[in-house]
Ligand binder design. Structure first.
Ligand SMILES: [Zn+2]
Ligand SMILES: [Zn+2]
Ligand SMILES: [Zn+2]
Length: 393
C-alpha cells in the first residue's frame, strides 16, 4: 500500500514537482489515492453509461430508418415474410410456422447487425463517439460544480462524495458505498482532489476512444434486445388451423379474441383429412364458411362443423376467424414452390382435399412478394417511438 501510494504520487505529480513539494503532506497523498479510487469507479460506470445510451440511440435510429421496424406489427411480419421468400429456405419457413417468435427475433438481430456493421458503418461509431464526449463533459461539469458547492458550504470529504455521486446519478450509476471515506478524512483541499480526478479523466477519455461497437453489442443493454423487447412484447398465439400469428399488440388481451387478417392454407400447419394422406389446402377464411367438418384433436371422436369452430372450445373458442374468403397469393405461391418439401415434412400429399388449383401455380415469386404489400398499414408516428425509447433510458 505504501509502495503503491508512492508510485502513484510519482506517476501523477512528476510534471509539477515544485507544487508537489509544497503539497506533500498526508492530506494530499490521501487525495491522490482517493482520486484514483474514484476514477476507477468512474471508468466502469462511464463505459456502461455510454454503451447503454448508444444502445438506446441505435435502437431509435433503427426504428426510424429501417422499414421493417418503423411500422406496426403487421409491417414487421410482412418484412419477415419477404425475407423468407427471398431466401427460399424451407427450414426457415418451418421455423417461422412452428416458432414464429424465434424466427422474428433472429430476423431483428440480423437486421440490426447489418445496419450497424454494413449499411451504416460510419453512423454507429459517430453515435458512440458523441455519447462518450457527452458523458465526459457531464462528469467534468459535475465534478466542478460539486466541488464548488461543498467548498462554499465548508463541507468535508463525506459531503463531497455524497454531492458528487448524487449529481452524477441522472446519467451514471456510481456505487460509492464500497468506498469508505473513513480513511480519507484528512483530505482538506478539495481543489487538489478535483485536479487529481481530472487527471484520471484523461485516462478514461483514452479508454473511451478505443471503445468499439463490439463492446456495445456485449453490453447488458443491447440495441437488438431493446428492439426485440419493443417489437415482440405482444400476442404470439397461433391460429389453431393455419398457425398464423395473432396481430394483437397486447400480450394478454382476453377477453378479446385472437385475430389475424391473413390466414394460410391449414395444410402448411399439417392439417389433413382424417384417415387419409390428403393435406388440407383451404385457407381458414374459406373453411369457416364451408360445410366441412374438423376434429379438434387427433383423439377427438366428435367432429365439429367449421362454421361452428368456436364451439370446439379451448384454443378454437379464443379465436375470431373472419369468413371473408381472403387468400394471400403469397401462401399460394409458398404451397406450390415447396409442395414436395411440405409433403415430405408432414408425410402427406397434396391430393384430393389438398389438390392444388391450377390457378395457384401461376403466381411468380415477384407476385407473391408484391401481394405482401396488401398487408401494409400505417404504424405509429416516429415521435411516439422516440418517446417510448427515451422512457427506456
Ligand atoms: Zn425519427
Ligand atoms: Zn388460420
Ligand atoms: Zn392474440
Amino acid at each position: 500500500m505504501v509502495y503503491n501510494r508512492r508510485r502513484i504520487i510519482k506517476k501523477k505529480l512528476k510534471p509539477c514537482s515544485a507544487d508537489f513539494m509544497i503539497d506533500n503532506n498526508k492530506g494530499s497523498s490521501s487525495a491522490v489515492v482517493f482520486g484514483e479510487m474514484i476514477c476507477q469507479k468512474l471508468k466502469v460506470s462511464a463505459v456502461e453509461a455510454v454503451c447503454n445510451q448508444t444502445a438506446v440511440d441505435l435502437a431509435g435510429e433503427l426504428r426510424c430508418n429501417v422499414p421493417a421496424f418503423n411500422g406496426n406489427r403487421l409491417n414487421l411480419e410482412k418484412h419477415v415474410l419477404k425475407d423468407l421468400a427471398e431466401k427460399e429456405d424451407f427450414n426457415k419457413f418451418m421455423t417461422y410456422i412452428r416458432d414464429p417468435r424465434e424466427q422474428v427475433e433472429e430476423f431483428i438481430r440480423k437486421k440490426v447487425k447489418k445496419y450497424m456493421f454494413e449499411e451504416n458503418k460510419n453512423k454507429a461509431p459517430q453515435i458512440l463517439q458523441k455519447n462518450s464526449d457527452d458523458i465526459q463533459r457531464f462528469i467534468r461539469q459535475t465534478l466542478f460544480e460539486a466541488t464548488e458547492k461543498i467548498k462554499t458550504e465548508k463541507g468535508d470529504i463525506n459531503m463531497w462524495v455524497k454531492e458528487f455521486s448524487i449529481s452524477l446519478r441522472c446519467k451514471l450509476k456510481l456505487t460509492m458505498n464500497t468506498i469508505s471515506c473513513q480513511n480519507f478524512r484528512d483530505i482538506n483541499n478539495l481543489d487538489f482532489l478535483r485536479v487529481e480526478i481530472e487527471k484520471g479523466l484523461q485516462i478514461i477519455s483514452k479508454e473511451m476512444k478505443s471503445l468499439s461497437l463490439t463492446e456495445v453489442m456485449n453490453n447488458r443493454q443491447k440495441p437488438d434486445e431493446i428492439l426485440i423487447d419493443q417489437l415482440c412484447n405482444c400476442c404470439w398465439e397461433r391460429c389453431p388451423f393455419c398457425a398464423a400469428v395473432c396481430i394483437n399488440t397486447i400480450k394478454d388481451h382476453s377477453p378479446d379474441k385472437h385475430s389475424v387478417p391473413f390466414h394460410r392454407p391449414s395444410g402448411v400447419n399439417g392439417w389433413h383429412k382424417r384417415a387419409s394422406m390428403e393435406l388440407n389446402n383451404d385457407f381458414c377464411t374459406t373453411s369457416v364458411a364451408s360445410d366441412k367438418i374438423f376434429y379438434p384433436s387427433p383423439e377427438s371422436e366428435k367432429s365439429i362443423p367449421y362454421k361452428l369452430y368456436q364451439t370446439a372450445g379451448g384454443k378454437y373458442a379464443s379465436w375470431s376467424i373472419i369468413a371473408d374468403g381472403s387468400m394471400l397469393p403469397y401462401w399460394k405461391w409458398f404451397v406450390c414452390r415447396f409442395q414436395k418439401e411440405i409433403e415430405d415434412y408432414y408425410k402427406e400429399k397434396c391430393k384430393g382435399w389438398g389438390e392444388i388449383l391450377p390457378e395457384w401455380r401461376k403466381y411468380t415469386k415477384e407476385e407473391a412478394l408484391r401481394s405482401l404489400d396488401e398487408m401494409q398499414s400505417v404504424g405509429p408516428p416516429c415521435a411516439l417511438l422516440h418517446a417510448q425509447l427515451s422512457a427506456l433510458s
